[in-house]
Design a protein around this ligand. Sequence first.
Ligand SMILES: O=P(O)(O)OC[C@H]1O[C@](O)(COP(=O)(O)O)[C@@H](O)[C@@H]1O
Ligand SMILES: [Mg+2]
Ligand SMILES: [Mg+2]
Length: 331
Amino acid sequence: MSVSFDGLGISADLADTMTRLTSVGAQLARMIARNGLEGNLAEAAGTNAGGDGQKALDVIADEAFMDALRGGAVRHYASEEQDEVVDFGTGTLALAIDPLDGSSNIDVNVSIGTIFSIFEAADDMDASFLRPANEQIAGGYIIFGPQTALVVTFGKGVQQWVLEPGSDIWRRVADPKPLPSETSEYAINASNYRHWPQPIRAFIDDLVAGAEGPRGRNFNMRWIASLVAETHRIISRGGVFLYPGDDRDGYERGRLRHVYECAPIAMLIEQLGGEATDGADPIMSATPDRLHARTPFVFGSASKVARVAAYHDLPQDEAHALFNTRGLFRS
Ligand SMILES: O=P(O)(O)OC[C@H]1O[C@](O)(COP(=O)(O)O)[C@@H](O)[C@@H]1O
Ligand SMILES: [Mg+2]
Ligand SMILES: [Mg+2]
């Protein structure tokens, strides 16, 4: 066996599904490492249900996961790259997937990934996925970077495996540690500053003001534009990530998808003692109204996520005030 989930107390159906996911993961890792040698995995390939342009690798990854999962324990398959849920007919599980996350990084050799969420299947295809994230039985991702790694939770802590390069062998490594509750690193696409709601601007203004501002210390910023890579960094050393809603057309609820991006990441982060919200309310208890629903997303170290929520509670005039009047938030 090239991967083992022994000792984790998961069902045979779930272990079989994970084995199929990791087998495609190993295949994709080899393909990604050869990008440009035979073909171009970043070539334009169409448009998906969400209106995003698809790259060749988006489509290849989606088809590879579908082919590998069909005939196994997954009955309902929901993908960023499919308009509707695909019914495989039999099986006990429902799996939602972002087959390839971070597509804008395929051609620049920066970490990309696969995100997945698993539920017990409901009778109705849509009901399998339009439910709160706290009903997930597994959530995780595969990151394709300098190392290919699998990070997953089955509801009892978070476990991690690393792919032996050039093989199908996944070796279990040390479990990620709980997130530090305080952090000095944040991630947001600051080019959208002018479009953000006032509480998000106020929060970021105070971080950027650093030692001279109300927080009285300096902060560092990262933006990779691969949710998987941002998550892996935050799981490795803490931090906070924000993709808020903004006033661009179509971005009222941000960019990220509730079902196959935010729900599984929220589960991982909460298992590590962090928090995940839409800016104010927890992701884990929210019910998406559509398969491809978006949600504003803030996650990471608990105190930072709580602080973002506190900025949403500021009276309107205080959120607009100059940063040095917000002494309330001095850390
Ligand atoms: O380009 P932007 O607006 O900064 O958005 C980056 C975000 O978009 C995403 O790439 C969306 O994922 P996909 O590549 O699966 O569409 C996230 O991984 C990332 O956090
Ligand atoms: Mg994505
Ligand atoms: Mg994607």
